[in-house]
Write a protein that binds this ligand. Sequence first.
Ligand code: ADP
Ligand code: ZN
Ligand code: ZN
Length: 742
Amino acid sequence: MKYANIIVNISHENLDRTFQYIIPSPLQSVVEIGSLVRIPFGKSNKLIEGYVLDITDEASFDESRLKEIVEVVVDSDVNESKLIKLAEFIKNNYGSTMINALKIVLPVKKKIKAKEEKSIILNISDEEAENKLSIYKSKHQNARARILTELINDKVLDYALVTSKLNISSATIKYLEDQNIIKIESKRVYRNTVSGDIEKNKTVLNEEQKLIADDIIKDIKDGNQNTYLIRGITGSGKTEIYMDIIDEVVAMGKQAIVLIPEIALTYQTVMRFYKRYGDHVSTLHSKLSDGERYDQFVRAKNHEIDVMIGPRSALFTPFDNIGVIIIDEEHEGSYKSEKMPRYHAREVASELARLNNAALILGSATPSITSYYRGKKGQYKLYELDKRAKEATLPDVKIVDLRDELKSGNKTMFSRTLKEKMEERLMKGEQIMLFLNRRGYSGFVSCRDCGEVIKCPHCDVSLSEHKNGKLVCHYCGYETTFVKKCPKCGSTRVGGMKVGTEHVEEMVKKMFPVANVLRMDSDTTKSKDSYNKILSQFANKEADILIGTQMIVKGHDFPYVTLVGILLADMSLHVNDYRASERTFQLITQAAGRAGRGALKGDVVIQTYSPDDFSIIAASHQDYREYYDEEIKFRQMLMYPPVGQLMVILCESEYYNTAVKWSDYLAAKVKSDIIDGLKKTLVIGPCDASIVKIQDIYRRVIYVKSLDYMALTQIKDRIEQMEELSKANIRVSFDFNPLNSI
Ligand code: ADP
Ligand code: ZN
Ligand code: ZN
């Protein structure tokens, strides 16, 4: 016998309640998770529809009391059942309950009342109205008289205007409506998020772009489902390719989803889509209210829009026939959820594309090592574009060794080269961008004289400086007291790195008191629209220098920027994380790409204590392949993703001892029982998480590496089923191939 847990109505309120039914044998081959089925419900056994969330071999209730599924509804509401299948995928691959996974894919919590525009219309003849008016006047019914006077003039009045400007109560309006003197009409209005003028001047693709677009379009037309990776330098025309493919897909009556990392930062790109698709495109972003979000989903379901642009949650737009999913800047960390279940939009998009037989296109100037690896192996079709679409020369890049600056007595954060070039630009009236990767700051410790970074003896990662003065490795738990002497050159000038954008701004203002300086970081962009304000001020040349974090490296074109200074390229390099080098390469390449976007030639100055690091050297050549070839060797050697797969088991408890006890227990269990039979699987730890306490909860981690992702999900499944855990005061969760250290 098989049993199905069925949800009868998909709305947030009902998610927690499923009903169990027997799957009769003739239906066993057709009923699957996500199926829409017809079931007898309640005492009257009225036939209603419900979705299958789960199928089990055992009944959770007395079997004699269970009813049977009547039939599978053909032509079911396909988009909902696809989303339920997507929830199942998330549950299986990232660890979660079905309910939590459903809450992610069905994010519309409840129907928010649609915004309505109501109007009041005169429902009687003018003659009758005049009669009524004189009656009201004689009776001193002033409110009634006032509204009627206006209606005799205008016939139709805006409801909101009547209640506010004329100060008429809703009771008065109701009275007149009941008397049939007026009637109220409402027209539903959708909250649209952006509006712009539509221009239909398509760019004609050049030969290289066309080859890619045609190849992908052919696959779509032939029904060959594939994933594509377009590695194309910034400005090579990837966005134009996406739009040509979307045109074809829309012409076939299908829809497109475009993921971008953050709307505010990619405003120019979003506007290009609005200009091309007008009302057929919509956006989702974090500043939308629930009502606005709901409207966008309703529009998608009603086929009023064909293209949805947004962050990773845009994947769950209830389109019924998706033709293409595009993930722009696919290497971006924001595509991985930081909350449980910690899914990666790229992997979920891949499943969604499979369910829809749609194309999945990933694009980036600096793809994630994972995607490029898959491209090289032929799992993805790989295309490369190394020329800018509009002729613009690539900038000249110079690496400055900050150790030399120190030796020659320059203790500021501006090398002599950078300072000279800044002076020159200011004289010429050209613009400068200074980039500081503050997010990478995590307290690594290095020698000021030789640049040596203090590393863990067991792992190829730097140690982190903890508040208690100890240096800790987050990959194996190795701990040592603070190093006072450089292990390489013996210098005592060893210390942690501390710099921030605010500090840079102060220094710049001191050095160049007449220059106009703007700063863009998480502090200066708290209010709505602050991004656009700063960016448009800079674009309008109201400032000479823009200082910022990674926010300033995204796709903005500033034609007068001819100098980009990367103040401390090392900042993201020595964080305790196997992806540190990848992130450094991406950031420097993108920051450097900001120089010389217009007719003027650009210069880039990269300041670093590690001028020999291959990620910095490759970035200075803007050479992705050079970087990849080196980095992949390191991943292969250490079995890090994408070569190996990594699962982090996070154990959290309000008591440190409990976290220690259960993480020890689990690690031992995984080693002794579970791994037996799973080939080439390695357990590291347990050790403290990189942030050992968050909000009074202590955190311990166990790392499990394997060549096989399935082996990891099997371990996850086994742990999820361990009964002793449900009774213990411990919370266990999983992170697969984490992007950041946990
Ligand atoms: P990417 O997405 O790779 O950064 P874009 O699609 O934004 O590149 O293209 C960069 C600039 O070049 C844009 O201003 C775009 O309009 C222009 N462009 C792209 N392709 C062509 C083309 N074939 N002909 C003329 N201009 C183009
Ligand atoms: Zn040293
Ligand atoms: Zn270590």
